[in-house]
Design a protein around this ligand. Sequence first.
Ligand code: THU
Length: 131
Amino acid sequence: MNNTELLMQAKKVSENAYAKYSKFKVGACVLYESGNTYIGCNVENGSYGLCLCAERNAISTAIASGEKSNLLSVAIYSPNTKLCWPCGACRQWFSEFENGQNIKVVLENKNGEAVEFSIDEIMPHRFELIP
Ligand code: THU
């Protein structure tokens, strides 16, 4: 699946976002080497600290579905004027996985402006659990 198709999936799932408090909807679609894709939207909670980001929702679904191949790309769509850059916690999640050095992050805003970055560009010096 190419970036345009991934972003289309991300856009579609952003409509399902449960963004009751911020009204800030986000959709994510993650692509694996197997060719499988998984979607997620943000899910907010009245106890604000429990809000779940779209990206981690999509990755959790991939893991729960038994996906074992490498994560290749994360597409993020948000119907706002500014691109929705992934938060620090999500960047750390992306970089956790086997192919963590090579993941692509693709973003699109409501005006159809899209950009692509490598994880290394947006998450240098990430934490690694190496004693
Ligand atoms: N949000 C995401 O879904 N992904 C991000 O990378 C940043 C923020 C969500 C969390 C919350 O529901 C809303 O955007 C506003 O912070």
